[in-house]
Ligand binder design. Structure first.
Ligand SMILES: [Zn+2]
Ligand SMILES: [Zn+2]
Length: 101
């Protein structure tokens, strides 16, 4: 018999492994600002494709792996992901643009 604590830890390890598999495919950094700290990174839908289900956590990770890593997904950090969701752009893009002009 496993204790609840052990089960929790197993779940956590399993989740991390799934996430790791996905990150191995998409890269281990934010596609916008190159953030590499694992804890900040999330999987983002490019163009909010309707065919991609809105899931989270384990179900979502398994879905991605089963669907052979759809290429309209990418890795972003929470900052960039949130900025895009709220404002439709990330301030990093503007900064990059300002450097060019
Ligand atoms: Zn970022
Ligand atoms: Zn950004």
């Amino acid at each position: 018999m496993k204790t609840k604590e052990q089960e929790k830890r197993d779940q956590y390890k399993y989740n991390r492994k799934l996430k790791q598999t996905i990150f191995n495919h998409y890269g281990h950094k934010c596609q916008c600002c190159n953030e590499t700290r694992y804890e900040f990174l999330v999987i983002d839908h490019i163009n909010k494709d309707k065919k991609i289900p809105r899931k989270s956590g384990k179900v979502w990770y398994i879905w991605i792996i089963k669907n052979k890593f759809p290429n309209n997904l990418r890795i972003l950090c929470h900052n960039c992901n949130m900025a895009l969701a709220f404002f439709g752009y990330c301030p990093h893009e503007k900064e990059a643009y300002a450097l060019l002009t």
